[in-house]
Design a protein around this ligand. Structure first.
Ligand code: ATP
Length: 215
């Protein structure tokens, strides 16, 4: 951590629906904090008006689960601003705000490889690139409902013509979509829940009866 009052030098943003946050998200946050030597990592749950068609779980649940998933990571902070923004919320706007808050810092945008492949479909992606360095962890090709099967190959990033710094982390065969499907169908089926979400997230999910129906 930078000394008291000293401007932060290296600041990351890690956005996601986090519906729910899972162990791959936590591993990615840890990899970013350590490998980019971040002074701060803003974990940024997205608002409802996001590009995904599915209606997300209410923001207060996703924020509470993020607090449980990332709260103990040094220098990580759960940032609610996108969930509080009225109307559509874009990464370019959030990064511009972070740039104003940390005028001297290098900004990093932390992503999984699937998001890098989709990056040029993002609103004002060129602006995002001008504001932040992309930091990317690889991920298996199977990102949807089948992700827990564990046999899909890696996403091929060799043809990506965007600048990014790679983050190293053990490959994680897990997606929130597959987790929700497992919870709605048969929580006992497939890998045990405690390997897929941090314990405190598992307790929160069961306490609040989340993901009991398919979505
Ligand atoms: P969903 O299945 O609902 O699309 P998700 O598991 O992809 O969710 P998000 O909240 O959309 O989770 O992802 C937030 C960020 O974490 C994205 O940049 C995504 O690429 C990354 N991420 C998610 N799962 C993994 C994983 N298994 N390995 C590497 N990165 C991941």
């Amino acid at each position: 951590m930078a000394g008291s009052g000293a401007p932060l030098q290296r600041v990351g943003m890690f956005g996601g629906a986090f519906d729910p946050p899972h162990t791959a998200h936590r591993a990615l946050a840890l990899a970013a904090l350590e490998q980019l030597r971040l002074d701060a990592l803003h974990v940024m749950p997205t608002g409802q008006a996001w590009h995904k068609a599915r209606t997300l779980s209410p923001a207060h649940h996703r924020i509470a689960m993020c607090e449980r998933a990332f709260g103990d990571l040094p220098r990580a902070r759960i940032d609610r601003r996108e969930t509080e923004r009225l109307g559509p919320s874009y990464t370019a706007d959030t990064l511009a705000e972070l740039r104003a808050e940390y005028p001297q810092a290098t900004l990093y945008l932390v992503l999984g490889a699937d998001q890098l492949l989709a990056f040029k479909s993002w609103v004002r992606w060129e602006e995002v690139l001008s504001l932040a360095t992309l930091a990317v962890a690889n991920r298996p090709t199977d990102i949807g409902a089948q992700a827990l099967r564990g046999d899909a190959p890696l996403i091929d990033l060799s043809r990506v013509d965007l600048p990014f710094v790679p983050l190293r982390m053990p490959l994680q065969h897990i997606s929130a979509t597959a987790l929700r499907a497992k919870l709605a169908a048969d929580p006992a089926e497939g890998p045990p829940l405690d390997l897929l979400v941090p314990d405190a997230v598992a307790s929160y999910i069961s306490q609040h009866h989340l993901y009991q129906t398919a979505s």
